[in-house]
Design a protein around this ligand. Structure first.
Ligand code: ADP
Ligand code: MG
Length: 733
């Protein structure tokens, strides 16, 4: 039997627990010092690492080589912590700490531990969850599951506590973070998280800072010493602050002394009342998040069966008093607040994982999507009655289970339905049971020449503007999309997005026509994402999107036979890749004179027909003319971008006239490109092109490719845009 434990990997303190195989009750595994919790602090000293209380003491005395609170930076790949001669990322430090916790627990149990459930804050985004999982794996633990801290706490409390339909609020105030979560006791012993809110920059440390200011103020008031001006005095005050705070939890007044360099001992007394006064706004911030949460889920405090206190900072007596006032009922705290999370994780470690849910979403009257609570077996949160005969108390860990929800909506950057801006197209809403998957199907234009790839930018958050959301730090690149030739280069794609059981986003893609799964790689996000916040239809971008283009084909005698056929094929191929919703195309034949074969058109079929209808000698058999006056005439009145591609073999008779006419086009911002083959002259091609890059001299069999190169430079940006937002519809995978 593998031995599985639960680990609360806290910002300030960590704890480890296991379900006792005999009693089937969870219990904390104490560390080698006999403490139930271990400070999440590491010190590198004399060539090795020390952890916990020893490292914390070193950290408080500002000794070198210490790292604390690295969980706050979890998911950041940067090695920002210097310990000895090496630097470490938060993930690497977490791996070191986890290995230490594992080894201490193994020493206590006398057994090898193989698996663990690790807890993370509910608000953790995918990168932070992935980093936590990888850290545990690096520490030699198989991660059975990552679960959210409030859910773990509810599991620990859930044994023998609530009736069906009870709403439970988990109030978690730790060292550096605050989380408020609503959990519902559904039928058959299932705990469902309904919604979660939090402030990850609010925690015990903020109370410490306020207390430190109060202490400095008192010292100045009573002894005239301006502590704030002196770093070493300030450090001395900081060193005693948390201790004073803990004492104020135990008693209403805390007399204390602080030793200031040059001044010696200064005695002072702080009262709990004073401490509560200078921190009342912090408590109020937690209260307003509670009220917000209840508002969002549409219930009032009468619908709350119980509030659970979790996190070391809820030991402060002021917290319980405040919540009693706010919610009209005394919160419960019979489990040690800094042990509850680890105990719940241990219970989860005895469970088997749940299967995926297909997305069930309701659209509210206001058009906003919300979780379909009925889909997960809930009627209304306001309905808290349970028939007396079915109300039952849960017995033992086997009778309780957990269904977690997504804390953040999952969306993609897409073009808005009006086509005017980028928006966050939500695929999985927040507070939906997880694991959950949802697929999007859409058509995708492929090209025979360019590598067919699709970039997906993933977002976490509800906001409409992508820049207000949390971008995944990498973009997902779907590659290997095959150009199947059918339907003019259109293929049907399906991308499946999911939150797995750990709350980690996964993406899979499939080309539907031949049901092949496509490889997806992740690449660093672009440095500049500001374009996603700008309107798409800027003036210059309108010009960009709307394209009027003329293809001019040399039909002099030398084109007879193979050259003409190759040119026509290359042109048709090119047409098959155009987006005719934003493009008009015209066709001109040229030799002794120029003739319009097709005026500007948005109909691809007309374009194919026109190109194929071209015969050699249609406009004479030698090269006395040039197409530019005709091109100018066709494009002059058009809005948007205008360009022409001229395909020629051989040399034109009146080169200077051709160059002068091309210049007239350039003067009114018509871009021209020239592709030559056979005996064409590269210098001449460059002279009739609007840039050197637009002039290509190639072999006949490279014509199609050359067209592709030119076309790409002419339409590249428009295509990139149109790929971000596909017409999509929700369909099961
Ligand atoms: P985290 O999960 O963020 O690591 P914990 O839940 O372990 O945090 O809580 C740590 C915080 O609780 C610290 O800020 C600590 O000062 C505070 N704390 C612990 N015990 C007490 C107490 N008796 N009175 C007041 N605050 C306490
Ligand atoms: Mg905690």
């Amino acid at each position: 039997m593998p031995v599985a434990i639960g680990i609360d990997l806290g910002t300030t303190y960590s704890a480890v627990a296991i379900v006792d195989p005999g009693s089937q009750q969870p219990r904390i595994i104490p560390n080698s010092a006999g403490d139930s919790i271990t400070p999440s602090v590491i010190q590198y000293i004399n060539g090795s690492f020390v952890f916990g209380r020893e490292a914390l003491s070193a950290f408080i005395s500002a000794a070198p080589g210490c790292a604390a609170a690295f969980k706050r930076q979890m998911g950041s790949p940067e090695k920002i912590y210097q310990l000895g001669s090496e630097s470490y990322s938060p993930q690497e430090l977490s791996a070191l700490l986890l290995r230490h916790l594992k080894e201490e627990a193994e020493a206590n149990l006398g057994e090898t531990i193989t698996e663990a459930v690790i807890t993370v804050p509910a608000y953790f985004y995918t990168p932070e969850r992935e980093a936590t999982k990888q850290a545990a794996e690096a520490a030699g633990l198989k991660v059975k599951k990552i679960i959210d801290e409030p859910n773990a706490a509810a599991l620990a409390y859930g044994l023998g506590s609530w009736r069906e339909n009870a709403n439970i609020l988990v109030y978690d105030l730790g060292g550096g973070t605050f989380d408020i979560t609503l959990i519902r006791m559904a039928g058959d012993g299932k705990l469902l998280t309904v919604a979660t809110r939090g402030d990850h920059l609010l925690g015990g440390r903020d109370w410490d800072t306020r207390l430190e200011e109060l202490l400095c103020h008192k010292i100045e008031h009573e002894s005239g010493i301006k502590v704030a001006n002196h770093p070493t005095w300030l450090a001395a005050v900081r060193g005693i602050t948390e201790g004073v705070k803990l004492r104020l939890t135990a008693m209403p007044n805390a007399p204390t002394t602080v030793t200031l360099p040059q001044h010696g001992k200064v005695a002072l007394t702080v009262s709990r009342r004073e401490f509560e006064e200078v921190t009342s706004d912090l408590l109020e911030r937690t209260g307003s998040l509670c009220r917000q949460l209840l508002r969002e889920v549409g219930i009032t405090r009468e619908h709350i069966a119980d509030t659970l206190l979790v996190g070391g900072s809820t030991r402060m007596p002021g917290v319980s008093l405040y919540l009693t006032e706010l919610l009209g009922k005394k919160p419960i705290a019979h489990i040690n607040p800094d042990e509850a999370v680890a105990l719940g994780a241990a219970i989860q470690a005895t469970k088997q994982p749940e299967g995926f849910h297909q997305l069930t979403v309701l659209v509210n009257n206001d058009g906003r999507k919300s979780t379909d609570l009925r889909g997960v077996g809930l009627a209304s949160l306001a309905d808290t009655s349970a028939p007396v005969q079915t109300a039952r108390r849960l017995q033992g860990i086997g009778s309780i289970s957990l269904r977690e929800t997504t804390a953040h909506a999952l969306g993609i950057v897409a073009v808005s339905p009006e086509g005017t801006h980028y928006h966050n197209e939500i695929i999985i809403p927040a507070n939906h049971p997880r694991p959950v998957r949802s697929a999007r199907g859409f058509t995708f234009r492929t090209s025979p020449r360019s590598p067919n790839i699709m970039e997906i930018y993933l977002l976490q958050g509800d906001q409409e503007n992508p820049l207000d959301c949390h971008f995944m730090p990498e973009k997902y690149i779907v590659s290997g999309i095959r150009h199947l030739g059918a339907q003019q280069g259109k293929t049907f794609m399906r991308v499946q997005y999911s939150y797995d059981a750990n709350g980690i986003i996964q993406v899979a893609a499939r080309q539907e026509q031949d049901a092949t799964d496509l490889p997806i790689r992740r690449e660093a996000l672009d440095q500049d994402l500001s374009r996603f916040g700008r309107p798409i239809y800027h003036e210059e971008e309108t010009t960009f999107r709307e394209l009027a283009m003329v293809l001019a084909l040399d039909v002099s005698g030398s084109m007879q036979g193979k050259p003409l056929a190759a040119a026509q094929e290359a042109m048709c191929d090119f047409v098959s890749n155009l987006d005719f919703t934003h493009t008009q195309l015209g066709v001109v034949a040229v030799s002794d004179r120029a003739e319009v074969v097709l005026p500007l058109s948005r109909d691809p079929d007309l374009c194919y027909t026109a190109i194929r209808s071209i015969k050699c000698g249609l406009t004479g058999r030698s090269n006395r003319g040039n197409p530019f006056a005709t091109i100018l005439e066709m494009l002059q009145g058009e809005a948007g971008r205008r360009c022409a591609i001229v395909l020629a073999d051989g040399v034109w008779r009146y080169q200077d006239k051709a160059i002068a006419d091309a210049k007239l086009c350039h003067e009114v911002d018509i871009e021209t490109a020239a592709i030559g083959f056979g005996s064409a002259d590269k210098n001449f091609l460059a002279a009739i092109s609007s840039s050197d890059a637009n002039a290509l001299l190639v072999a006949q069999e490279e014509l199609s490719q050359a067209f592709g190169t030119i076309a790409q430079s002419l339409i590249k940006n428009r295509e990139a845009e149109s790929r971000v937002g596909q017409d999509s519809q929700v369909e099961p995978w």
